[in-house]
Design a binder for this molecule. Structure first.
Ligand code: NAD
Ligand code: UD1
Length: 341
């Protein structure tokens, strides 16, 4: 299948492109490189043995998208499905710049859907997030849990999910899959591609990796007084290669037109901050100093997925462990201490 991957130069996108090509799909990437570099795609080409078809484009650029769809069609390989990763994802930034977040995230989705409509492409897989559940009423979280995002970033995801539900219900043949990711971590086992955050990482694992490699002094653990087994926050860390495989499964098993398929992509198991630090330190064989700091505003005690829909409907299950993710992150971090730069 010819798959258009928006945001394909980014962290999850680049791993998904490798997996798609490995599964025999033809891939075209569009990305404006606002949070990535073309070097990731060059390395994807190296890993897959073929250069990646790439258009540097803002997804809000309607004319650019139209030209891309038209070129694919006239080459005899029309785009048949889209995986839509492109967007902004920093929670804190979204609180300070909500309008930019709605503009980029919701604006991209609107323009992309209009261009897909006119190009006759009716299949989309969308990157949503467990953040739409906000402070979850129960764990593990099932897909029918209430959607109540607690920040602008999460609300943009909820708005796009709503838009895609309406599109699916329009009676015009759309097949929509909404994938809600839990906490993506890890890197390709080659160590050639991985997560490359700019500035201070917001997320735990990249921060731990930078402490382990000596770029930062210690990890601040945001709170040790949560109602969890060791008092630190519990999350569902899913290896990015498993996540990539989840996208291939979603493409292979689209829902019938009418109602979107909503699927949690997680492992179904939570790990605490202390467990993550301990596992990383053991796998890397280096100490990871830490201190206990105050809670981070907006954090919840525990968040992990009910993965029964993914197993039953997609036939997909995460295979890689937290230790695998730490080992792969460590390999990526050590061989690329400054990321792609
Ligand atoms: P990323 O920033 O590495 O990748 C996003 C890519 O989109 C980047 O390459 C960026 O340059 C590109 N992009 C941004 N705006 C664009 C635009 N207007 N036009 C074209 N390209 C644009 O992020 P990621 O971690 O790979 O996340 C991918 C998707 O998954 C995002 O939609 C994110 O919200 C979602 N998600 C991520 C996580 C996570 O923890 N990483 C969790 C849940 C959901
Ligand atoms: C964050 C986002 C969420 C997003 C998810 C995956 C917030 C409030 N939420 O969630 O919307 O979907 O990332 O990208 O930002 N921690 C530390 N010290 C650190 C960093 C993190 O103790 O330096 C702790 C956190 O308190 C949490 C756990 O580690 O308990 C994981 O944090 P993080 O990686 O930021 O993910 P989430 O909090 O799940």
């Amino acid at each position: 299948m010819h798959v258009l991957v928006t945001g394909g130069a980014g962290y999850i996108g680049s791993h998904t492109v490798v997996t798609l090509i490995g599964a025999g799909h033809r891939v075209t990437v569009v990305d404006d490189l606002s949070n990535s570099s073309e070097e990731s795609l060059r390395r994807v080409g190296e890993l897959t043995g073929q250069p990646v078809a790439f258009h540097r484009l803002d997804v809000r650029d309607r004319r650019g998208l139209d030209e891309m769809f038209a070129r694919a069609a006239s080459s005899g390989h029309p785009v048949e499905a889209v995986i839509h990763f492109a967007g902004l994802k920093a929670v804190g930034e979204s609180v300070v710049e909500p309008v930019r977040y709605y503009d980029v995230n919701v604006g991209s989705a609107v323009v992309l859907l209009a261009a897909m409509h006119d190009a006759g492409v009716r299949r989309i897989v969308f990157s949503s997030s467990a953040t739409v559940y906000g402070d979850p009423v129960c764990v593990p979280i099932p897909e029918d849990a209430v959607v109540q995002p607690a920040n602008p970033y999460g609300r943009t995801k909820a708005v796009i999910e709503g838009l895609l539900r309406d599109v699916a219900a329009s009676g015009t043949g759309w097949q929509v899959s909404l994938l809600r990711y839990f906490n993506p971590v890890g890197a390709h086992p080659s160590g050639r591609i991985g997560e490359d955050p700019t500035g201070t990482p917001n997320n735990l694992l990249p921060f731990v990796a930078q402490v382990a490699v000596g770029r930062r002094r210690e990890v601040a653990i945001f709170g040790d007084d949560y109602d969890t087994p060791d008092g630190t926050g519990v999350r569902d860390y899913i290896h990015v290669v498993d996540l990539a495989l989840g996208h291939v499964a979603a493409l292979d098993r689209p829902p019938a037109p009418g109602t979107p398929l909503v699927v949690n992509l997680g492992t179904g198991t939570g790990a605490s901050v202390l467990e993550v630090i301990r596992t990383f330190s053991e796998v890397a064989g280096v100490p990871v100093p830490y201190r206990i700091a105050p809670r981070r505003p907006g954090d919840v005690a525990a968040c992990y997925a009910d993965v029964s829909v993914a197993t039953e409907v997609l036939g997909w299950k995460a295979q890689r462990s937290l230790a695998d993710a730490c080992a792969d992150t460590w390999r990526w971090q050590r061989s690329n201490p400054n990321g792609y730069r």
